[in-house]
Write a protein that binds this ligand. Structure first.
Ligand code: M6R
Length: 618
């Protein structure tokens, strides 16, 4: 969590404060408890920080303007150690106020270090773990007179997760940063360089970037970037080019990022399918760089992910098992890591993550690799930790997802997992090239169908508005509709702060049906009528059962499926599709419902309370 941005340039017309605030605005999705900036001026470091959203800081900056500067750092916070107060907001300064530091992560040994510093007479101004790093850096710099080696020395003393970014009043035009277990990328400009938690921090200025590895320190000036390990030995960063621009990270006329991202879903799916077939129509995943023999020999797939990404994995399980005849387990990454999982060299682990920085998933990836498994990352963010630490990566091409609630990434993750499943099926001979080609053609038809769903959602918007006072909503689904039901419930919980649960419809009679009372809203995701296992009829029976007990049934069903009509209070129509692909359609009305209901309640849809976009702590 937390967003970090740093800038140093030579153009006196480009204010460091403007660059840093622009970066913070794009990173605010990472955390929004407090924000602060520090600038390097001829008179030393000047700083301003405020609790609350970035807007409070910008108001304060108007009231108390800072002097002009061409080098500066900024931070937007998701509080861990110490509540969201002005004092705990970053930057933090070391003794004497010459060095300012911002931090993302958790310094696990901060209590020991703090006691050591206090014993040396250091006074602390905050309750944060970060302030320890600021004081240590001030002390090391006073000894060595070299900011980069001082940062290396500090990094060697810290345990846990950290990206630290520092600016010193005595070292002009220079920023130094260190990273371990938290994200940091370098942006390369002309006579200017940047640092950011992700490329959104500097996308308005450059699309050329360098990813940093684990345990590295980077020093930037306007004309140089030098990277070392924590011992000071030079290392090479990995350059990359960002394939989207600043406009993709703006709202583009939509009231919220979430609304924009929901509407981008046809593109997210189409772009994730792009370039996956060769001229002969064969599915190719060149980017995987994984030995085909290894993939032929795997005997189990374990999907690890959290939140929405885990629900994408649960959807993919149905498809991959069906196509590949390999058992697929889906496990929450934080549970996988700590339960002694049965994983070996013949296990393929698929780590799904939009951000590529979810700490629970990173730790699970590391654990899986220690156990000998091969790991494929399904990820939306180039330069992030999870693909870098995996054996191979399959990128989703959803574009930047800014709203905290994940939408287009979910559809892109399902799509990428399906492509992977089909590739494995062909490779292992469980599906012929023709059969794989048929499913690919069905997938390629999905963007138009998603666009059609998006065009017909006025009814959902109206419903959401009159249901703004609802206190509880249930979601039922079966087969691939079950994870869709859970995803619908998650969206409503996180955005509208309403109690919501997703159930497997078949489980209803084993307990949850007791929750049904007159007027209880229940969304039901109905499988296509022609799916092969007669699930459709069983779900229609479930609707009858809850309808008979007074539930308000809101049914998502295929166009032309009239069996549901007698028992439905509302029917939301989606185009016909094969059952395995239907989640790409059925989830869309649920996303829109949650977004609209939260808006109707006057809530902040893009930045719901207590949350952050990337959960970079365990
Ligand atoms: O970046 P990731 O995909 O790893 O994030 C995983 C979850 O934290 C994320 O999907 C979260 O559940 C969303 N806020 C849900 O909308």
């Amino acid at each position: 969590m937390c967003g970090i941005v740093g800038y140093t340039g030579t153009d006196p017309g480009l204010s460091a404060l403007d660059v840093v605030l622009g970066g913070l605005r794009r990173l605010e999705y990472r955390g929004y408890d407090s924000a602060g900036v520090a600038l390097q001026t001829p008179d030393g470091i000047v700083m301003l920080k405020r609790s609350g959203k970035l807007a409070r800081l910008t108001e304060a900056l108007e009231a108390e303007p800072l002097p002009a500067a061409v080098t500066g750092i900024g931070h937007t916070r998701w509080a861990t150690h110490g509540g969201p107060t002005d004092d705990n907001a970053h930057p933090h300064v070391g003794t004497g106020g010459a060095v300012a530091v911002v931090h993302n992560g958790i310094i696990e040994n901060f209590a020991t270090l703090k006691a050591e510093l206090q014993a040396d007479g250091v006074d602390f101004a905050s309750q944060t773990d970060t302030e320890v790093a600021a004081h240590l850096l001030a002390r090391e710099y006073a000894t060595t007179g070299d900011l980069s080696s001082a940062m290396c020395a500090v990094a060697r003393r810290l345990e846990g997760a950290f990206t630290l970014l520092a600016v010193h009043g005595d070292v002009p035009h220079t920023l130094v940063a260190a990273r371990r277990n938290s994200p940091l990328v370098v942006g390369l400009g002309e006579g200017a360089n940047f640092l950011g938690s992700d490329v959104a921090a500097f996308i308005a200025h450059t699309r050329d970037a360098i990813e940093l590895g684990q345990d590295q320190v980077v020093t930037i000036t306007p004309h140089s970037v030098s990277i070392t390990d924590f011992l000071g030995a030079p290392v090479q960063g990995k350059p990359f080019h960002v394939d989207w621009d600043a406009s993709a990270a703006e709202k583009g006329g939509y009231p919220t990022f979430m609304a924009k991202e929901i509407n981008e879903q046809p593109h997210a799916v189409a772009d994730t399918l792009l370039g996956r077939t060769d001229v002969a129509g064969r599915l190719t995943l060149d980017e995987l760089h994984m030995d085909e023999q290894v993939l032929r020999e795997i005997d189990k797939i374990v999907v690890i992910a959290c939140g929405t990404a885990a629900y994408a994995g649960q959807v993919a399980k149905y498809a991959i098992e069906h196509w590949c005849r390999i058992p697929v387990e889906v496990e929450l990454a934080h549970e996988f890591r700590y339960r002694d999982p049965v994983v070996d060299q013949r296990t393929l682990v698929v780590a799904i993550s939009q951000s590529g920085e979810t700490m629970d998933t990173i730790m699970a990836v590391r654990h899986a690799r220690e156990l000998g498994a091969r790991v494929i990352a399904v990820c939306n963010t180039h330069g992030s930790t999870i693909p870098r630490e995996s054996d191979a990566a399959l990128y989703t091409h959803a574009g930047p997802e800014v709203a905290v609630a994940s939408t287009k990434a979910f559809l892109a993750q399902i799509t990428a997992c399906y492509v992977l499943g089909l590739y494995l099926a062909e490779l292992r001979g469980t599906k012929s090239r023709e059969q794989v080609g048929e499913v690919m053609a069905q997938l390629q038809a999905m963007p138009d169908k998603i666009a059609k769903v998006l065009q017909g959602l006025d009814q959902v918007r109206r419903m959401a508005r009159w249901m703004a006072d609802t206190r509880s909503v249930l979601f039922l689904g079966r087969h691939v509709g079950y994870p869709v039901a859970m995803e619908g419930a998650l969206k409503l919980k996180e955005l509208a702060y309403i109690h919501a649960e997703g159930f497997a419809a078949g489980e209803l009679k084993h307990g949850p049906i007791a929750l049904i009372e007159p007027g209880q809203p229940v969304f039901v995701i109905v499988p296509p009528p022609d799916e092969p296992h007669s699930l459709h009829g069983k779900v229609v029976s479930n609707i009858q059962e809850i309808n008979a007990r007074g539930a308000r049934t809101i049914v998502i069903a295929e166009e032309g499926d009239d069996d549901v009509v007698p028992y439905a209070s509302e029917v939301i129509r989606i185009p016909a599709s094969p059952v395995l692909l239907s989640p790409l359609l059925a989830v869309v009305p649920l996303q829109v419902f949650a977004c609209e209901l939260a808006s109707a309640k006057g809530l902040d849809v893009d930045q719901p309370r207590n949350l952050a976009k990337s959960v970079t702590v365990e």
